[in-house]
Ligand binder design. Structure first.
Ligand code: EPU
Length: 456
């Protein structure tokens, strides 16, 4: 029996996560309609951009996820006044009284998100110094920040690494720079943008990441008064300006969340209408979804994803930077691929350790072998470095319930899908991690007919 009122879920109100342990009864298709709001990987960065303005900013379609709360906390610690309408998805950020935060307030956020590293440029511009706590985020690889620090040094920042975090100053101010990335890192591209917009002179960034979320950050910065051009060859040029104002912006939708629900429909043999999903930003995902046998239909207000009712087909996937197949899409899709007839291959080329989540799937009956070699595509930078970064999935296999533990955000969502697909009961622990990036996921699961009980 549904304990949650459907009306509340439709209105986007959260089902409180009172415990980190949930028991699912699987073996039933997920059917229905859910709404996807703003992208975690854009909204949090746009909130940081508000720091650069000299007047308030308004961001719309903000999801109620814990990463937004972490960034709000850090902004608040730096004197940004925040007004938030959680249900309406509107956040208003007033940076007119930005100040240095107390170390204790900053450290309260240590280890909880990757976003704090993006505060460097804006804080250096506003205050002349920045202190960044230890970073968190998903444990899916080493996740170094060497590109970030090297880019900041190119602008003239002086970086001191302390036991409790990083302290930055800019004794001579920040000047535009010519920067070439070894790899089109999303975070470093954002770091460069957020620093270059108010640095003196011209910045040229080569081998930049061009994910749609980055393009939307550029939209925001342009609204604020920045001058930024993007060439077709991954070169971004920024002409620094002295001042920026606030912005009013509606976020791009969360294409990672949309792809996760699409995979959930395919894995459980169901049909899910994802309101808010758009075709253009999901082109590469949709191609693979179709090749695996999935059915989708694009509408003005969203995309309908469905299982075909016939056996799924195996696919060969290589994750890559945009416009390639996103690394965040592979984990949920792998769950569906355990039901395809034949052998699928996934070559992960963005993170060196993103297959930890497959242990649980194997425990539930999946046949998945992991390899150090680059399988099914180009040689990547992990091939010679002894990282287990290719997966071979043989199907179809019958999945049964098990006790499993959520390892990271996307891997965790894939565990939920697996628990709902498998016959019998599964107890999933550490579920709280999923609230970092999936708004009201329990309410949405209830709306789709999932059966589960939250412990406690
Ligand atoms: N890298 C370095 N040095 C650096 C920065 C990155 O070697 O200084 C490496 C990373 O270790 C990784 C690769 O470059 O192997 C790509 O990392 P990138 O910087 O592009 O990733 P990110 O900015 O840390 C964002 C998203 C990730 C998403 C990736 C790729 C956020 C908060 N996170 O991470 O999202 O997978 O881009 O698109 O935007 C998630 O949402 O679950 C998630 C992990």
């Amino acid at each position: 029996m549904n304990s949650l009122s459907e009306a509340a879920a439709a209105a986007g109100k959260s089902v409180g996560l009172t415990s980190d342990t949930i028991t699912f009864t699987g073996g039933r298709p997920l059917n229905g309609r859910i709404v996807v709001r703003g992208a975690k990987n854009f909204v949090t960065k746009a909130m940081v951009a508000a720091l650069l303005g000299d007047s308030p900013s308004t961001l719309r379609d903000v999801p109620d996820i814990s990463d937004v709360r972490v960034v709000s906390g850090l902004l608040g610690a730096h004197g940004v006044m925040i007004e938030r309408d959680v249900d309406g998805g509107v956040i208003r950020l007033d940076p007119t009284n930005v100040k240095s935060a107390h170390m204790a307030e900053i450290n309260a956020h240590a280890g909880s998100s990757r976003i704090p590293i993006l505060f460097c440029g804006p804080l250096l511009h506003q205050l002349g110094e920045a202190f960044i706590p230890d970073l968190g985020g998903c444990r899916i690889g080493d996740r170094p920040i060497d590109f970030h620090l090297s880019a900041l040094r190119s602008f003239g920042a002086v970086v001191d690494k302390l036991p409790e975090g990083i302290h930055l100053t800019a004794p001579e101010g920040l000047r535009g720079a010519k920067i070439q990335l070894d790899y089109p890192s999303v975070g470093t591209t954002e770091q460069v943008l957020l620093t270059a917009v108010r640095a003196q002179g011209l910045t040229e960034l080569s081998n930049a990441a061009i994910e749609p979320e980055i393009m939307d950050l550029i939209n925001v910065l342009q609204k604020m008064g920045a001058v930024i051009s993007v060439d077709a060859d991954r070169v971004i040029r920024v002409e620094g300006v002295e001042r920026l104002s606030g912005y009013d912006h509606r976020s791009i939708f969360d294409r990672n969340e949309a792809a996760s629900w699409a995979a959930a429909a395919l894995a459980t043999g169901g049909e899910i209408f994802v309101e808010g999903a758009r075709q253009a930003e999901m082109l590469t995902f949709l191609n693979v979804f179709r090749k695996a046998g999935g059915i989708f239909e694009v509408f003005d207000d969203g995309i309908r994803f469905a299982h075909p009712g016939t056996p799924l087909k195996p696919v060969v996937i290589e994750t890559d930077v945009h416009p390639g197949f996103m690394t965040d899409w592979q984990q949920p899709l792998v769950v569906a691929l355990t039901q395809a007839t034949g052998v699928s291959i996934v070559h992960e080329t963005v993170y060196e350790q993103r297959f930890g989540f497959t242990d649980a799937l194997v425990k539930m009956g999946a046949t998945i072998e992991l390899h150090r070699e680059c399988l099914g595509g180009q040689k990547c930078r992990f091939g010679q470095r002894n990282f287990v970064h290719s997966a071979v999935i043989s199907g179809p296999t019958k999945m049964h319930g098990a006790n499993i533990e959520v390892p990271d955000l996307r891997g965790g969502f894939s565990h939920l899908i697996a628990a709902l697909m498998a016959e019998g009961e599964s107890t999933v622990t550490n579920v709280g991690i999923i609230a970092r990036g999936y708004e009201n996921f329990l309410g949405k699961l209830r709306m789709l007919g999932a059966e589960f009980t939250v412990e406690g």
